[in-house]
Design a protein around this ligand. Structure first.
Ligand SMILES: Nc1ncnc2c1ncn2[C@@H]1O[C@H](COP(=O)(O)OP(=O)(O)O)[C@@H](O)[C@H]1O
Ligand SMILES: [Mg+2]
Length: 253
């Protein structure tokens, strides 16, 4: 469980996160949604320790990040898996080398042990026969699977994904979303996903945090989001015509 308490983050004069508090639950896909520019990536990068909030606390299963010693922070970092926007694979490394990279960096595992683990996670994300390929030789959806495999290879307690569906077609997006959800439940990971994709909300919205202008505007789950009266949330949800029609039909009874 990750507890965020009143965090504030500014860049110069510009306050981006204006005092956000929330809880991201273990074994659940916790979504951060909101318009582009609402602060989703800044919040995720604050969890990751890339940004340092000037106020508030982030607590990882009882460990307050800002109170940790440097070596404890490094240790905590090894418990986090990250899927960056656009996959961010190393172009010159094969799929297997990409996936094995965190083990080479953060563990003392020997070659054989790394190869065994890489084999296991590549199978887990349903990638077979791709080990020796370069990222440029596989599809966007496969690249995303490699990024997920790399993020989970070191058995993370926390998994952060920034717009994991960007650039994917709707069907592939749903497969990727469900893969992340399955992995989250199977390995009891605390997963946080940034998205502005309503399909993801419907598919995997266990716990949804809606950000607006750097504040928590609303929180709930994928059932509640369709029937809330919150105007900012409904404007976001029903910006798609399809959902607008579903709501109108529901209100008519
Ligand atoms: N490193 C940075 N320096 C200055 N401003 C930033 C930085 N990162 C993000 N911002 C600003 O913070 C706001 C929120 O950005 P971001 O979190 O990326 O939004 P999104 O919800 O689309 O992920 C934007 O106005 C952006 O310009
Ligand atoms: Mg973003």
């Amino acid at each position: 469980m990750i507890e965020v308490k009143n965090i504030e983050k500014s860049f110069g004069e510009n306050k981006i996160l204006k005092g956000i508090s929330t809880i991201f639950e273990t074994g659940k896909t916790n979504l951060i949604i909101g318009q582009s520019g609402s602060g989703k990536t800044v919040l995720l990068k604050s969890l990751l320790g890339i940004h340092t909030p000037e106020a508030g606390q982030i607590c990882f299963d009882g460990r307050v990040y800002s109170d940790l010693e440097d070596d404890e922070k490094r240790e905590l970092r090894t418990e986090i898996g990250m899927v960056f926007q656009g996959s961010a694979l190393f172009d010159s490394m094969t799929v297997a080398e990409n996936v094995g990279f965190p083990l080479k960096m953060f563990t003392k595992d020997d070659k054989a042990k790394i190869a065994e683990r890489v084999e296991f996670v590549l199978k887990r994300v349903n990638l077979i026969d791709a080990h020796k390929k370069l990222p440029s030789e596989i599809s966007g959806g496969m690249q995303k699977r490699v990024a997920i495999a790399r993020a989970i290879v070191n058995r993370p307690k926390y998994l952060f994904c920034d717009e994991p569906n960007s650039g994917l077609d709707p069907n592939t997006s749903i497969l990727i979303d469900n893969l992340i959800k399955e992995i989250t439940e199977e390995y009891e990971i605390t997963t946080v996903i940034n998205t502005h994709d309503m399909n993801s909300v419907m598919e995997i919205g266990d716990n949804i945090l809606f950000l607006k202008d750097g504040l928590k505007e609303w929180q709930g789950n994928k059932e509640e989001i369709f029937y809330t009266d919150n105007e900012a949330v409904t404007a976001f949800v029903y910006s798609s015509n399809l959902f607008k029609k579903v709501r109108e039909a529901h209100l008519k009874g």
